[in-house]
Design a protein around this ligand. Structure first.
Ligand code: IMP
Ligand code: ZN
Length: 379
């Protein structure tokens, strides 16, 4: 019997999913831009005659996009958010939005971009992202100082960021994405940058972009180099049916994979044997028509098999979702009780790319929340 059937109120469960501490491991910066910010940016560009605002407004407001339309929209996002100031702004807003959702640890991924006309290099793009992290004031953002030490906002009275008197705290780390459209040299440049920026909170590499574009062989050298240098890797894997690439990706043994919608039985055998954690993005998979109905999602069978899983949003802005919404969707679709939901969110600690010291801190945050629940029940 599901929590809902047991009489647990739908809204109450939704609020509970919002209140619990959560970990977000698959979020693309430009996919998280607030609609209000996108419209504001589009209006300014429209006034300058760089775009036709009405056309853009129509695309931004459209609900239910095909995969191709999603990637067209990303191209539009990249036109709207091309200068350093805007990159810093959308980073700041994304972090604020995740913190408001009680996300206590965020691995934010983004594709460093070169844009000569704006004087932007991959390095300056990344610096703008880091400036965005620094500019957040409404919540305490813990990232890494230039000296490589984690900034500590640790306050035992405010464990878990749960009191309302103090500011919330969110730990943020960055993943640099290689876009499948990029050349091998550009992908290599991103890995070198990630290595250089490790001390500033870059903890890994992601491979993403339009899944019907690009060849595994062209990304492989950069991914191999990252692996040799000890950078953890997550791959968008099996977003479309591409048996050869899925096999190559699994043979590469990445630390995590995202989506995994089109794995066949023998691929699953391998993924399960290798215990590769899967980043599950339910709404994203549904909206991009990877499956006809949410209850058919592979989350159900993987959850039953106790395979390492983490619920994620992918693109909160693009898919109008939030992490608490993803937890609520999983709970109501697959009949998870509160204990299972909390266990799912706690388990994510095992799969973060941050160091053991931070994992320990995250464990303390979740334990403090657990203890508070027990205390509440004993009242
Ligand atoms: P950015 O890396 O901050 O620019 O975030 C947007 C980018 O993330 C897009 O241009 C894609 O390359 C990538 N991305 C976002 N969502 C998806 C997805 O569902 N599949 C593959 N790539 C994605
Ligand atoms: Zn993604």
């Amino acid at each position: 019997m599901t929590e809902t059937e047991k009489g647990c109120d739908f809204t109450e469960l939704k609020e509970w999913c919002l209140a619990i501490p959560k970990i977000e491991l698959h979020a693309h910066l430009n996919g998280c831009i607030r609609d209000s910010t996108l419209l504001e940016l589009a209006e300014v560009l429209g006034e300058r005659g760089e775009i036709v605002f009405d056309d853009v407004k129509h695309v931004i407001n459209k609900y239910g996009r095909t995969l191709t339309e999603c990637f067209q929209l990303f191209d539009l996002f990249h036109i709207l958010a091309t200068d350093h100031e805007t990159i810093s702004r959308i980073t700041k807003e994304a972090v604020e939005d995740f913190a408001a959702e009680n996300v206590v640890y965020l691995e934010l991924r983004t594709t460093p971009k070169n844009n000569e006309t704006k004087g932007m290099t991959k390095r300056s793009y990344l610096k703008a992202v880091i400036n965005g992290l620094r500019s957040v004031e409404s919540v305490n953002v813990s990232f890494i100082n230039p000296n490589g030490r984690t900034e500590s906002f640790y306050d035992p009275l405010q464990k878990g960021g749960l009191t309302v008197l103090e500011k919330k705290r969110i730990y943020v780390r960055l993943l640099l994405s290689i876009d499948r459209r990029e050349t091998t040299a550009a992908a290599m440049e991103t890995v070198s940058l990630a290595l250089e920026m490790r001390e500033l909170g870059v903890v890994g590499i992601d491979l993403s972009g339009n899944p019907i574009v690009g060849e595994w062989n062209s990304f492989f050298p950069a991914l191999k180099y990252a692996k040799e240098m000890g950078l953890p890797i997550t791959l968008h894997c099996g977003e479309v049916a591409n048996k050869k690439e899925i096999q190559a990706m699994l043979d590469f043994c990445p630390e995590r994979i995202g989506h995994a919608c089109f794995l066949e039985d023998d691929d699953w055998e391998k993924a399960i044997l290798l215990k590769i954690p899967i980043e599950i993005c339910l709404t994203s998979n549904l909206r991009t028509e990877r499956l006809s109905s949410i209850d058919l999602h592979h989350f159900g069978k993987l959850f039953k098999a106790k395979h390492p899983l983490v619920l994620c949003t992918d693109d909160t802005g693009l898919f109008s979702t939030s992490l608490s919404n993803e937890y609520h969707l999983a709970a109501t679709t697959f009949g998870l009780d509160k204990e299972s939901i909390l266990q799912l969110s706690t388990n994510a600690i095992h799969y973060v790319f941050a160091d053991n010291e931070l994992k320990k801190t995250l464990r303390e945050i979740f334990q403090a929340y657990d203890k508070r629940l027990v205390d509440d029940f004993s009242l």
